[in-house]
Design a protein around this ligand. Structure first.
Ligand code: PG9
Length: 618
């Protein structure tokens, strides 16, 4: 294909991945600042005991509320120290009784771990909500020094357990904050996006959690540093666990056995389990650059909002990657955010939230949606998300000659652009993707969305459109979607769409940003699911079909002098496992011979006008 990336960028210096301390017991006499810790085992209704660390201030002036975090990853002392001295510092300084719990089947807890354990099937059953109920019940009755109130807080898996805590909540549960919680693993979170398998992440995560009983074990890639090279060598993905680990892993085999949207995925969808009428105050937190769970929090907010007649469902979206609000949050990659947004959020939003609901202190000055506008670097206090008024839906049309315009294509304009998508040479998602075992600290993988997208626009297997330099600022606020009219010579295809903000390439722009293409919205859609995620179907070769691809939402100002750009491609490796481009019933079982190069076309003619739909502030 003559890819300009064929001469691949040199590997950055190898990163050290310090081993995490996964010992989960509190050492005797452990103290962190004013906090002292101890281990306890709490009985659940089925007799299984779950391990918790309880940390309380030595010099508490009176009874304190409980803040519970529930996780499958374990709480080693270095992590706990970091919690109290950094990421939970504001809460810790104010004074709470922190309870850190290993969920069922993990580390010090008994029982069986089930990844994203669905809601109990029968009255006597257990799930994460019953385990939370039993934990809060025991703590409020047995633990001295509590004020009888509890909150649940966590990020990602921990955010999901916070969301699940709202199901049949314990009367002592007064508020939660579900942060970066996944909602639907098939549609948009960690493991698949619109049915396209997130290969690199899924393998790293499942092998870390499910290859060594209750503890974490980072997969050994045998010294390979280049993720693109390692995953390209892996054929027959259904057998990856048996081949590399000599065993099967439940989640991996579930991915293999549920190639389309069935009861397995439906039962896991968080909002299918959460109460239809919101009864527990929930501060839902999301990051615009969340590389793992961006769909989750925004879709949970939106669906819960339908049953929020009591006004208990709130949204915060900041300029952060996954969990970035637990750090300083001053920048993301080379993009400065105008101040320490993470510190500000923890001090001014999260702490008042829990003080108000759990201690009855302060006032709740929380807008319905607190949304950071990127590009202008300002927080907006909004009555709704997305906005109900003040924006107009407009199409950014993909035009002939690589032009992007708010004007629709006219008659006589060239009808389509095409490219050859070759699974033997998929488009990388980073110029040089490093192997990033799950939990390897200091990895840059968490920042990949900040990467300059300009090098990819030069590839022959990436279509690229750009606007003229903007005569004035263009502000978008709300949903972003792609409508593609497209065809393939094959019988299946992935469609990846990226919306980018292109910085001017001039002396007035800081060197690092010159000509840089900043990602504003993106996603992938697996063509076979055009008729529904539960109805995979071969694509008729050469048929022009329309695809609607959810690019989620954005709040961004494209500055005067910048250009708006769009890239379309059909692979994104190894972020997304390759589509063989020949329809096979199960892509994880595809054989090397199924992977074929195909020609893909994107149309931009009247009646077949491909476009990106945005909400432009009026
Ligand atoms: N994104 C991670 C995850 C959440 C839920 C299930 C699987 C993975 C996490 O960071 O916890």
């Amino acid at each position: 294909l003559g890819s300009p990336l064929a001469a691949r960028a040199p590997l950055p210096a190898p990163q050290s991945a310090p081993a995490r301390d996964l010992t989960d017991q509190v050492p005797p006499g452990a103290a962190i600042g004013d906090y002292v810790g101890e281990d306890m085992m709490i009985p659940m209704r089925d007799g299984v005991k779950l391990h918790v660390q309880v940390w309380r201030p030595k010099h508490a002036k009176g009874p304190l509320p409980i803040l519970l975090s529930r996780s499958p990853y374990g709480f080693g002392m270095p992590q706990v120290t970091r919690l109290f001295t950094a990421s939970y510092k504001e809460l810790a300084d104010d004074g709470f009784i922190f309870v850190l719990q290993d969920i069922r089947g993990r580390l010090g807890s008994e029982g069986e771990f089930v990844n994203l354990r669905p809601r109990k099937a029968s009255a006597g059953g257990v799930d994460e909500s019953t385990d939370t109920w039993d934990t809060i019940d025991w703590l409020t009755k047995q633990l001295p020094g509590t004020n009888g109130k509890a909150g649940v807080l966590g990020v990602s898996y921990g955010g999901w357990t916070a969301a699940m805590a709202t199901i049949d909540p314990h009367p002592a549960l007064k508020a939660v904050s579900s942060q970066a919680s996944p909602n639907d693993m098939f549609v948009g979170d960690d493991f698949l996006h619109n049915g396209a398998f997130r290969l690199d992440y899924a393998w790293s995560w499942v092998s870390a959690l499910e290859s060594d009983g209750r503890t974490m074990k980072v997969f050994d890639f045998g010294g390979e540093k280049d993720a693109y090279a390692w995953y390209l060598k892996q054929t027959d993905l259904a057998m990856l666990d048996r081949r590399h680990l000599g065993t099967t892993m439940p989640s991996w085999q579930n991915f293999v056995n549920h190639p389309s949207y069935d009861g397995y995925w439906r039962a896991q969808r968080t909002t299918n389990n959460m109460p239809k009428r919101v009864a527990t105050p929930n501060l839902i937190v999301a990051g615009w650059y969340d590389q793992e769970d961006f769909y989750g929090p925004l879709s949970i907010y939106r669906e819960q909002e339908k049953g929020d007649d009591r006004g208990l469902n709130y949204l915060v979206v900041g300029p952060w990657n996954h969990g970035g609000w637990r750090g300083t949050g001053s920048s993301y990659g080379p993009f400065e955010m105008g101040g320490p947004t993470g510190d500000w959020y923890r001090r001014e939003v999260e702490l008042p939230w829990f003080r108000y609901w759990l201690k009855g202190e302060g006032t709740l000055n929380q807008p319905e949606a607190l949304v950071f506008q990127t590009g202008s670097n300002r927080w907006q206090r909004l009555d709704s998300w997305p906005l109900k008024r003040g924006t107009a839906t407009r199409n950014l049309y993909l035009r002939a000659g690589g032009r992007l315009s708010f004007e629709a294509p006219g008659r006589g304009e060239a009808a389509a652009d095409s490219f050859v998508s070759d699974p033997a040479n998929p488009v990388p998602y980073r110029e040089r993707a490093l192997i990033t075992p799950f939990l390897s600290e200091g990895s840059t993988c968490a920042n990949w969305i900040a990467d300059d997208q300009a090098p990819f626009a030069k590839r022959k297997d990436v279509l690229f459109w750009q606007s003229e330099p903007l005569a004035q600022d263009v502000t978008i606020s709300g949903d972003v979607a792609a409508k593609l009219f497209a065809s393939t010579t094959g019988s299946d295809a992935d469609w990846v769409v990226k919306l980018v903000d292109i910085h001017p390439d001039d002396a007035g722009t800081p060197a690092e940003l010159r000509g840089r293409q900043r990602m504003i919205a993106n996603d992938v859609f697996r063509g076979r699911f055009r008729g529904g995620y539960d109805r995979p179907k071969a694509i008729t070769p050469n048929a022009v079909l329309d695809y609607r691809i959810d690019l989620h939402s954005a709040s961004h100002v494209f500055r005067k002098g910048h250009r708006i750009g769009v890239q379309v491609q059909s692979s994104w490796f190894p972020l997304i496992g390759r589509n063989p481009q020949t329809f096979v019933p199960n892509i994880l079982r595809a054989k090397p011979g199924d992977f074929r190069a195909q020609t893909h076309r994107v149309y931009h003619a009247p009646g077949r006008a491909s476009a990106i739909t945005v909400s432009v502030a009026e």
